[in-house]
Structure formats: structure tokens, C-alpha cells
Design a protein around this ligand. Sequence first.
Ligand code: PHE
Length: 341
Amino acid sequence: MNAALEQIKQEIISGAEEVKSSKEAYEFRKKFLDGKTGKIGLLMREMKNIPPEQRADYGKGVNELKEWAMGIISELDIKMKSKELLERYEAEKIDISLPAEKSEQGNLHPITLIRNQLIDIFAGMGFEIFDGPEIETDYYNFTALNTPQDHPARDMQDTFYLSPEFLLRTQTSAGQIHVMENKKPPIKILSPGKVFRSDDDATHSPMFTQMEGLVVDKGITLCDLQGMLDVFVKKIYGENTKTRLRPSYFPFTEPSVEVDCSCFECGGKGCKLCKGTGWIEILGAGVVNDKVLENCGVDPNEYSGFAFGIGIERTAMLKYGINNIKLLFESDLRVLKQLND
Ligand code: PHE
């Protein structure tokens, strides 16, 4: 009998060393102390089969073993639980000295930034903002701008017609007519807005943004245009940037010019951006055609004016060195984050 108790005791002593977690300690307790299946529990159940004269001794021995085992196994359980708690503390430790996670900050889109910059520059020269409609009649977008039906210049801009009469404006120049119809000179307006053309490749998008400028007063000449553009170009591309005018054609200006500025990348020596020419085309402009003034009831003998149209996406592409216009419309934050001044 004593040998059996001794064996269980040894089993507990050596078994306790193998226990590595509170879960194993729980199983270990069950193995010995469970009332029905535990090794010590079974010894208790044996009691009824023991001859009555030996029962007291037997009971005492088993009880002592049980008390002892409970003590050992409880200690084991406490040891495992505190070890696990320490491990959990370690794993869940928060390093309060780490810098906080940065929260993302929104920003204006590069197109908005450039538009605002242009507005600032021209507002400083006394221009007022005019906001023209995006849906125009054929008359405002073409006919009044000296581009009647069948005029070959209509082919220059592939138009989205909504009906034979209505269309999505192809140019902010349509706004010139609204302004001159409604206001007597002196006129000095800037009209930014979306325009639409059926055109889609790396440098063209069916929707893009233009900024129209119109000045009408007594004695306005091409020199005034050049002087003003000089100021504008220096402000946006840098003090050393020069401008030059090249002859061009627009039905609503006469003479018409294409305005180039000296390449702000290479300073005019010739590079990839200016395709080796030293010059970059930045906008179309000209002296307002007499016919356009007449169409709006402005007397060309008394007044003259100049107009210009700047492509904002093109300005952004040049400024930020982007070669695909789609990057400006895809809203990819990885791209946009690089384009903030
Ligand atoms: N409307 C012209 C274009 O879209 C640009 C322009 C505006 C040219 C004003 C001359 C004067 O190409």
C-alpha cells in the first residue's frame, strides 16, 4: 500500500517538472485529483474494499497524499499563471516613447494650385473673374468668334455636340462674347473653366481646363499683350524667363500669335523638355478681331483689345515635368503628393 502511494508521489514530483503551462497544470491536476478518474481519486474510491481494520490507516495515508498533491499542484498552477501573465505583459508592452503615427493631410490638387496662382497674378494686374457656362450654343462657341458653319477652323477643335444648337464649349473664348455683350469697355477679365474636346492621348484629355484673358479698351495693341505676358511668365516660371511671339492663326484674333517662353529647364540651351529648341509653347493669343468686336456691339474704330488662352493642364505638365496628362486626373495620391509646391 505504502509502495503504491510512494509511486504516485514520485510520479507527481517528476511529472511536475514537465508541466509548462497553466493548461498543462490543469490537465495534471485532473490526472491525479479528479474525483472519478484521477489516480488519487481512485484510491479514495477503493476505501470500501479495504478491510475495516486497515481503513483508518489507508484513509490517513491517501488523505495525506491528497493534501500534499493539492499543495504541489496549486503552487504549480500559480507559477504557470504568473509566468504567462509576465509573457503577456511583455508581448503587449506599449512603447510610449515611439513617435505618434502621422495623420494624412489633404491638399489642393495641382490644377487648382496653378489656377489659383494664375488668378493671383492676373488679379494683381487688375483682372476680374468671369465664370462662363460649360454648355454653350454654337453661336457663342464658334459663330460669334468669327468661326461660322463650314469655316475650316472648326476642324481645329473636335466638338461634342449635344444638339445641332447646343454643345460643350471647346474653349473659354466663348466667354469673351458674353462679357462684351454685357459690359462696355474698359474690359479686363479672366475666365477660368473646363472645356471639352473629343481628343484623347498622352497630352490631350476630353475634358481639360483653360484660362481666358480679355482686355478691351481704347488704344490697346499687341505690345500691351506682350508686356503683360512678360510679367506673367516671369512670375510663374522665374525671373530669367523670356517670351517670344510667333505668328499663328485663330479666327477670333488678328494678328494671332503663339507665345513661347525660354525653356525654364535648360535656360534656352536646348534639352528634352524643349525638344532641343530652347523654347516652350505656352499659350495662344492675339489682337481681338474687329469682326468679333462688331458681333458684340463694340465699335472697332473706338476700341481694340487682346485675348489669350492658357491651358492649365499643359502649364502643370510643364511645371512639374509630367509627360502624361492622365496623371492629373487619376487622383493617385502617390503622384499628387509629389506635385505640391
Ligand atoms: N481659344 C484658343 C484655343 O483654345 C486659344 C486662344 C484664346 C487664342 C484667345 C487666342 C486668343 O486654342
